[in-house]
Ligand binder design. Structure first.
Ligand SMILES: C[S@@+](CC[C@H](N)C(=O)[O-])C[C@H]1O[C@@H](n2cnc3c(N)ncnc32)[C@H](O)[C@@H]1O
Length: 255
């Protein structure tokens, strides 16, 4: 039976590595390093840095694996994602079959927390469901959402309130009347522009936990154009951006 550990490495700062994650790193022989283009090159370097910093007195190796890109043109979102995951699964199976020796421990280092908008767990389960003898553990990590709220020094929820966490695609359908807090990830369109700026506050963060971190917050109507400008400039300068934000119904708007 092969063994891998799926380790959440936190979203940005290597200091977000938990003691449990560091202990797990120190059991690993082979690290699977996904190689996914420009944005990911920076994230890939961070994975290597984390290993160099936290692994002591142990030999280990990296295996770089070209990861497929999701097809940009598609008619059906779900089947587009399913096809993409099938290709990623092939890469994982190749890694397991060709690179992980008998008795060795492999690892996949997942950005932030593995449970949050990341497909590694689904893909590993899918591999197992096809009869592949693979054992795995999951180590939680500090997600971008935790970093966002910590940096803005805000609680995630209002007292007794619910929070919805969503990719921007869902926010585009509107902000549900019965909710007061939504956290948005994976937004390439600045979907917050579509909302009534008088009704919400926004807490926005880009490159959270890194040296390039940018934070902006305020009444949506007052800060949204600044966020758009700052975001566009940062994206142009770096060639990629990773941002997330929390939207909260203003108290005076809810009465
Ligand atoms: C595919 S999801 C992965 C989330 C990750 N598993 C986590 O726990 O944070 C990627 C999205 O998370 C958000 N994100 C992740 N890391 C971030 C960071 N350091 N700064 C800002 N947003 C981040 C962005 O919205 C990005 O589009």
């Amino acid at each position: 039976m092969q063994k891998i550990i799926i380790i959440g490495i936190g979203a940005g700062d290597p200091d977000y590595m938990t003691v449990q994650a560091i202990n797990a790193l120190n059991k690993v022989d082979v690290f699977f390093i996904p190689n996914k283009g420009a944005e990911k090159a920076a994230l890939q370097r961070l994975r290597v840095e984390i290993c160099e910093r936290f692994i002591e007195n142990r030999t280990y190796r990296f295996v770089e694996v070209e990861m497929p890109e999701r097809a940009k043109e598609f008619s059906d979102y779900r089947s587009n994602v399913t096809d993409w995951h099938a290709q990623i699964e092939e890469s994982y199976v190749k890694f397991l079959t060709n690179e992980l020796g008998e008795g060795e421990c492999g690892a996949i280092l997942v950005w932030g927390d593995p449970a949050l908008y990341d497909s590694t767990l689904r893909i590993v389960e899918s591999i197992r469901s096809k009869g592949y003898a693979l054992e795995y553990d999951v180590i939680p990590g500090i997600s971008a959402i935790q970093v966002l709220t910590a940096k803005h020094r805000i609680p995630l929820n209002r007292i007794g309130g619910a929070v919805v966490l969503t990719p921007a695609r869902r926010l585009a359908e509107g902000f549900p009347d019965d909710l007061d807090t939504i956290v948005v990830v994976l937004d390439g369109e600045q979907t917050f522009k579509r909302l009534d700026g008088e009704v919400f506050d926004i807490y926005w963060g880009a490159y959270l936990g890194t040296a390039d971190e940018i934070l902006l917050a305020g009444k949506l109507s007052e800060v949204r154009s600044e966020i758009e400008t700052v975001r566009a400039r940062a994206r142009k300068e770096k060639g990629w951006i990773m941002d997330t934000y929390l939207l909260r119904r203003r108290q005076e708007a809810t009465g």
